[in-house]
Ligand binder design. Structure first.
Ligand SMILES: CC(C)(COP(=O)(O)OP(=O)(O)OC[C@H]1O[C@@H](n2cnc3c(N)ncnc32)[C@H](O)[C@@H]1OP(=O)(O)O)[C@@H](O)C(=O)NCCC(=O)NCCS
Length: 179
């Protein structure tokens, strides 16, 4: 799908090299906000195995991963995933995201995440998309505010990020069109 600032498509089993390249290019940019990764975590063979696992999860309806592609090129410049998709009475998932440092502050992430939230509500028919961020991640806070997410609280020592248990702000957007 072409939306001007960025092309959007699902991640596929052939994207190992492109995703390895995205994460290795952005190691320093992402480190502060992500779990510590082992040396091999972003190598192409490990990505190829991870993409096979993602494919299985997708077929089981448990997760879906979108890529933002530089228009006219094959380079991944942003990622946005819906994980922990739960059905039954919850009908909810978590959203995670990141943009290439060179495309930060240009609306690329908002465009991709906006598309993904619409997919969660209109295609997956979920009731709730949750996204959580560290209190000092002001760019993440602004992104979610711009996407009409609502802060629901804070959680102490919520995730092990860059080697430390970090408090997180919990936010969510509800599907107001859903019955
Ligand atoms: C958090 C993160 C994804 C936010 O990305 P971002 O690029 O700031 O988000 P947006 O796409 O909404 O861009 C917003 C900026 O683009 C500008 N912009 C330019 N053109 C725009 C357009 N057409 N539409 C919307 N915004 C546009 C906005 O004015 C805003 O600029 P500002 O930051 O100077 O106010 C990014 O900082 C990141 O990848 N951080 C590292 C990983 C991370 O923290 N992940 C999330 C963990 S919870």
């Amino acid at each position: 799908m072409f939306v001007g600032l960025v092309d959007i498509r699902l991640a596929g089993v052939g994207d190992g090299e492109a995703l390895s390249d995205f994460y290795l290019r952005n190691t320093d940019h992402l480190r502060r906000w992500e779990p510590t990764r082992s040396g091999a975590y972003h190598t192409i063979p490990v990505w190829e195995r991870r993409l096979q696992a993602w494919q299985s999860e997708f077929l089981q309806g448990r997760s879906i991963h979108f890529l933002g592609i530089l228009p006219g090129a094959s380079r991944v410049i942003a990622v946005c995933s819906l994980t922990n998709i739960i059905r039954g009475p919850f009908q909810a998932c978590n959203m995670g995201y990141g943009v290439d440092q060179h495309y930060e502050g240009r609306g690329v992430m908002k465009t991709l995440c906006g598309h993904v939230v619409a997919y969660a509500f209109d295609v997956l028919k979920l009731n709730r998309v949750m996204a959580n961020y560290m209190p000092d991640n002001h760019r993440s806070a602004a992104l979610l505010r711009n996407l009409d997410f609502t802060i629901e609280g804070t959680a102490k020592r919520y995730l092990l990020i860059n080697g430390c248990w970090e408090d997180h702000v919990l936010s969510a957007r509800i599907n107001i069109k859903k019955d």
